[in-house]
Design a protein around this ligand. Structure first.
Ligand code: NAD
Length: 475
C-alpha cells in the first residue's frame, strides 16, 4: 500500500549510513510500489555537489547494496525523485535553498543521519528557516547520548523545537521482521503467553554476536564499548519486548509504556555477574584495532539480569554481545522448565522445550519439542525442532522481507511511532547502564582476553555454569 506523498530530507545524505542503508532501502520501497509518484528525496550534506553528481552517487549505492532489484529502468525512475542541497549544519549556507525546495501539503520528514553533535544545530535551523512545520517528523540515529545526562540534554534540545510525537529515535533492531513477530507470537496466540513467566520459564538468553571487529570505527567504538554500543539500546529493546506485559493495544504509547516498565524494574547488576572481554591473539587484537594500547573498553560483555516484578521473579535473563566472535548470530532463546516429573523409567533423553527467535541468520523461530523416537526401540524420547524459518514456511516472498531501515522509514512517513524509542525509555535505559559503566571506570576494571573467532571469554561460560546452565551454541 503506497504511503502519502512526502518530502524526505536526508541530512548526511552522502554518508556511509545513507549509502549503505537509507538510499538503497528507499529504492527497494520504490521498486515494490510503495512510494507514491509525488514522493521526493532530498540529500543534504556538507559536500558541494550538483543534482547529477548526487544521482550518480545514489545509483552506485543502489548497485552495490540493493540486491536483485537492481533494474536500470527502475533505478532511473527512482533517481528522478532525488535532488541535493549543500548545507552547513552549523552555519548559514544552504538553509534558504533547502527552505525553497520544500513543498507545502506533503508529509515532511528529516532524517538526521549525522553525528549527534549536529542534532541540535539542525533542529534549530529547521525552525529558524521555517523549513519544518508542526506536523514534520525528525528521525535521529544512534548513539542517542553517551550516558543519562547527555541523553537528557539531547532530549531537551530536540524538545525546544519538536514535540515528542514528531521525534523518531531509530533502533533498527525494532524494524526487523522477527522482532515484530515476537509480539505477534506472544500476543496473537493462546499457546505461549500463559507459560511466559517465572513459573514455566527457566531462563532467557539474548545473544547478539558479530564476527567483525571494530572496523574503521575504532576511535568511536573505543569511547563507547559493547555496553553503550549494543546493550543499552539493541539488547535492551529485545529484552523489553520479550519481558513486557501485554499492552492493551498495539499502539505507540501503549507498547512503549510497557517497555519502560520493564526497564524500570531491572535490578542493579552485581559486579560478579558481568563479564567483559577484549579480543586478543598473536596476530590481531582489539588494542591494535583501536590504536590504544591502554584501552580498558570492552568488545564483549555478558551479564545476568534480574527483573523485579511478579512475572519474572526467579527467572534470569542472560545477555551477551561481542565482536570477533565465532558466528554472526542474533537470537532470543526462551528456555522452559523441565516437566516436573518423568513418567518414563530410564533416562531417555527428554529435555526442556526451547523457543528460539532468530533475528539472523535465517530470520525465523523454532521450538524444540520432545517426541518419541520413531522405531521399535521402546519409549526413547528425542527433541525435534518445529522449524519456522520464514523462507521455508512462507516461500520466496517471505525470504525477501524488507530490511529494517526501509520498514522504519515507511513507518515515519505513515506517522507510526510504535517501533521507535521514546525519550523517557532511552533515559531510563541509560539510568540503568550508567552505574555499571561508572563502576568499571572507578575500579579500572580490566576486560578478560578472548580469542578472535571464539565464543568469548571463558569467564562468561562460568557465569552460566555457576547456575547450572549453558549458553546456546553459536552457529
Ligand atoms: P559519515 O561520517 O559517513 O557521514 C556523515 C555525513 O554528515 C556526511 O554526509 C557529511 O557530509 C555530513 N556532515 C558532516 N558534518 C556536516 C555539517 N557540518 N553540515 C552538514 N553535513 C555534515 O557518518 P555515517 O556513518 O553515515 O553515520 C551517520 C550517523 O548515523 C551517525 O550518528 C552514526 O553514529 C549513525 N549510525 C551509522 C551507522 C553506520 O553503519 N554507518 C550505523 C548506525 C548508526
Amino acid at each position: 500500500i503506497p504511503v502519502d506523498p512526502f518530502d524526505l530530507v536526508i541530512f548526511g545524505g552522502t554518508g556511509d549510513l545513507a549509502r549503505r542503508k537509507i538510499l538503497p532501502g528507499l529504492y527497494r520501497r520504490f521498486f515494490d510500489g510503495q512510494m507514491p509518484d509525488e514522493a521526493r528525496i532530498i540529500g543534504a550534506a556538507r559536500s558541494e555537489m550538483d543534482e547529477a553528481g548526487y544521482r550518480d552517487f545514489v545509483r552506485d549505492a543502489i548497485k552495490e547494496f540493493s540486491g536483485k532489484r537492481n533494474d536500470p529502468n527502475m533505478v532511473s525512475a527512482f533517481l528522478e525523485k532525488l535532488s541535493y542541497v549543500a548545507v552547513d549544519a552549523t552555519g548559514t549556507d544552504g538553509w534558504k535553498d533547502l527552505a525553497k525546495t520544500m513543498r507545502a501539503d506533503v508529509v515532511k520528514a528529516y532524517y538526521f543521519s549525522v553525528g549527534p553533535s549536529l542534532f541540535g544545530a539542525i533542529a534549530e535551523r529547521l525552525h529558524k528557516y521555517k523549513i519544518a512545520d508542526d506536523a514534520a517528523r525528525i528521525v535521529v540515529e544512534k548513539p542517542f547520548g553517551h550516558d543519562r545526562e547527555s541523553a537528557r540534554a539531547l532530549n531537551a534540545t530536540l524538545a525546544e523545537h519538536f514535540d515528542e510525537t514528531q521525534i523518531y529515535r531509530i533502533d533498527h533492531y525494532l524494524g526487523k521482521e522477527t522482532v515484530q513477530n515476537l509480539m505477534a507470537v506472544r500476543f496473537g496466540n493462546m499457546l505461549f503467553e500463559p507459560l511466559w513467566n517465572a513459573q514455566y520459564v527457566d531462563h532467557i538468553q539474548i545473544t547478539v554476536a558479530e564476527t567483525v571487529g571494530v572496523g574503521g570505527r575504532g576511535e568511536y567504538y573505543d569511547r563507547s564499548g559493547a555496553m553503550r554500543d549494543m546493550v543499552q539500546n539493541h539488547l535492551m529493546q529485545l529484552l523489553c519486548l520479550t519481558a513486557m506485559e501485554p499492552p492493551s493495544k498495539y499502539d505507540p504509547d501503549a507498547v512503549r509504556d510497557e517497555k519502560l516498565k520493564v526497564i524500570r524494574a531491572l535490578e542493579p547488576v552485581e559486579h560478579s555477574e558481568i563479564v567483559r572481554g577484549q579480543y586478543k591473539s598473536k596476530s590481531e587484537s582489539y588494542l591494535k584495532d583501536v590504536e590504544n594500547p591502554e584501552s580498558l573498553t570492552e568488545s564483549y560483555v555478558a551479564m545476568k539480569i534480574r527483573i523485579a516484578n511478579w512475572r519474572w521473579n526467579g527467572t534470569p535473563f542472560y545477555l551477551r554481545t561481542g565482536k570477533k566472535m565465532k558466528a554472526r548470530v542474533s537470537e532470543i532463546v526462551v528456555r522452559f522448565k523441565e516437566p516436573p516429573h518423568s513418567i518414563f523409567e530410564e533416562d531417555t533423553g527428554q529435555s526442556a522445550n526451547e523457543l528460539t527467535i532468530r533475528l539472523q541468520p535465517n530470520e525465523g523461530m523454532d521450538l524444540t519439542v520432545t517426541i518419541k523416537e520413531p522405531g521399535p526401540g521402546g519409549m526413547r524420547l528425542i527433541d525435534v525442532p518445529l522449524d519456522m524459518t520464514f523462507a521455508e514456511a512462507l516461500g520466496e516472498e517471505a525470504a525477501d522481507v524488507p530490511d529494517a531501515y526501509e520498514r522504519l522509514i515507511m513507518d515515519v512517513i505513515r506517522g507510526n511511532q510504535t517501533l521507535f524509542m521514546r525519550g523517557d525509555e532511552v533515559e531510563a535505559a541509560w539510568a540503568w547502564t550508567d552505574p555499571i559503566i561508572d563502576g568499571w571506570t572507578e575500579r579500572e576494571d580490566r576486560p578478560f582476553p578472548y580469542e578472535p573467532g571464539s565464543t568469548g571469554p571463558e569467564e562468561a561460560l562460568i557465569l552460566m555454569h555457576r547456575d547450572g546452565r549453558r549458553w546456546r551454541e553459536l552457529r
